[in-house]
Ligand binder design. Structure first.
Ligand code: ADP
Ligand code: MG
Length: 496
């Protein structure tokens, strides 16, 4: 559920401060001897949306603390919040409020070591080498200017030059997304704003977004393009906040930008302050008719812990999804990649790979690269035998491969049905769903044809099986609940 409103900033900061203090106390308890010396050279500047801002007296302190104390500290914060915690360092300048005094006393107030430290339930890394170290010289140079390496990258940093439209294979599963991306790049057809691209992992979302950037850059070099992952957006926002550079940040995202591309927006879940900031950037750009493209692994309505008003804006333009590619598309993608990488592949090998690896394009591509590497290492052509051997060796072994009966049994057990239900004519919703799931899993895992499966499921027509398989394939990428069911059943069946 999306939070109702944004929390009061002040309250959140108080909460973060005490959380930070706990983490410090926890870390100190783990490594008492040298903690004070090192942390007298570190200042805590706040924490926002899982990004902790720290300032180190110098590079030496930063590196040492980073390597020897932060794993413990970050683990603690993560275990208490469930966030993906990140550290944003700045180095140099005066430390007004160091975390510890060099005399060995805690400076920050309210530090308490809770009992979980004493009873040691947390498995946290400590480093013995730390306690053996001599104290840091207090007279280290402090005149250095703050260094913030991670912010304000050049505009097109992080774009993969291979992710172009020319290298993208279009098929029924990604046709809409592709056409919409072309439109957004000004290449004809309607332009939707925003364009929301969604789909499972490894299906080409990032590829399409990069392709838009390449195209616009080539055709309108003066266009100001901003491409960021949502994760990077969070980092930049938090650092700007901490370093009082918010007006710069805002002008960058709200004014000095003609095309905003944000990848993996689902990463903003729970990050309420960043969401608010993004909301304003979105509004400013949208009002000025600047193109916005957002990618996500879920449909807007399925995004969790995302502000309602953001979710609704995501659907203002066009929501285009990408499905898992069909066999023909997988074949075409393999051919294209092989050609790009100058890998020689016989048709039968292409077909075999495309039939065997169905889940996502990244995996397909990974397998191809691996095969090519191995073949050049062994000086062997990639023929069908070789491909078979390799795939058998790298996909986990299946000691007692499940058959149709086994799959039906496991599915029934999972949904608390009888096997006879699956084979019956009963079209009750829950039974039909279980039946479809079982058909899908059989098709995925066994080398049965559709007619064979139809017979194995109470003499049904092969078209029934086909449409069931398609339906579940679709639901798998769009419905988290279905995906969870499938994953649970697949765990029981063993890895495929
Ligand atoms: P996502 O962002 O959806 O997780 P990516 O865009 O990173 O997926 O795609 C994963 C890999 O698969 C990339 O190397 C990409 O080039 C490739 N890929 C995905 N779809 C296609 C396609 N239709 N044509 C060519 N390559 C594709
Ligand atoms: Mg991606």
């Amino acid at each position: 559920m999306a939070p109702k409103g944004f929390h009061s900033l002040e309250r959140m900061e108080m909460h973060h401060e005490s959380l930070w203090n706990e983490a410090v106390a926890f870390t100190r308890a783990k490594s008492p001897a040298s903690f004070e010396q090192w942390f007298s050279g570190v200042q805590y500047d706040g924490m926002t949306d899982g990004v902790v801002c720290l300032r180190a007296r110098d590079e030496f302190v930063r590196e040492w603390v980073d390597q020897h104390f932060l794993p413990t500290l970050v683990d603690y914060l993560r275990s208490q919040t469930g966030w993906s915690v990140q550290i944003a360092w700045s180095v140099g300048g005066e430390l007004e409020r160091p975390v510890a005094s060099s005399l060995g006393e805690a400076v920050a107030s309210g530090m308490r070591v809770r009992n979980f430290v004493a009873n040691g339930t947390h498995a946290v890394r400590t480093d013995d080498a730390v306690s053996a170290l001599a104290p840091v010289e207090d007279e280290s140079p402090v005149s250095r200017r703050a260094v913030t390496a991670k912010v304000t990258p050049p505009p097109l940093e992080g774009l993969n030059p291979k992710y172009t439209f020319a290298n993208f294979v279009v098929g029924p599963s990604n046709q809409l997304a592709h056409a919409a991306a072309i439109g957004a790049a000004g290449g004809g057809g309607p332009r939707h704003n925003p364009l929301f691209l969604c789909g499972g992992t490894g299906l080409g979302k990032t590829h399409l977004v990069h392709a838009v950037a390449h195209r616009i850059r080539a055709e309108r070099p003066q266009s100001r393009i901003l491409y960021v992952s949502a994760e990077k957006f969070v980092n930049e926002f938090v650092q700007s906040l901490q370093e009082n550079r918010m007006s710069e940040f805002r002008s960058r995202y709200r004014e000095r930008c003609d095309l905003l591309l944000v990848d993996d927006i689902q990463f903003l879940a729970s990050k309420t302050q960043t969401q608010e900031e993004f909301f304003h950037a979105f509004n400013a750009l949208h009002l000025a008719d600047k193109q916005i493209i957002v990618t996500s692994d879920k449909y807007p309505q399925q995004l969790e812990r995302m502000e309602e008003r953001l979710v609704s804006r995501f659907s203002w333009g066009l929501v285009a999804d990408i499905q898992g590619p069909e066999l023909e598309t997988r074949v075409a993608i393999l051919r294209k990649k092989a050609q790009m990488e100058q890998i020689e592949l016989a048709d039968e090998v292409v077909l075999y790979l495309a039939q065997t690896i169905r889940s996502n394009v990244r995996e397909l591509e990974g397998t191809l690269i691996r095969l090519a590497a191995k073949s050049s290492l062994l000086g062997r052509l990639i023929d069908l035998d070789f491909a078979r051997q390799e795939l058998a060796a790298t996909t986990s072994p299946r000691p007692n491969e499940a058959g149709v009966d086994d799959i039906q049994r496991v599915v029934c057990h999972h949904f608390k049905l009888r096997t006879s239900d699956l084979l019956s004519k009963d079209r009750h919703k829950s039974i039909a769903f279980a039946r479809h799931v079982a058909m899908y899993l059989c098709k995925q895992r066994l080398k049965c044809s559709f007619p064979e499966l139809g017979r194995a499921f109470g003499n049904r027509d092969h078209t029934t099986v086909m449409s069931a398989v398609r339906k579940v394939e679709h639901l798998r990428t769009t419905d988290p609940e279905v995906r969870a069911h499938l994953e649970a059943i697949e765990r029981k069946l063993g890895t495929d």
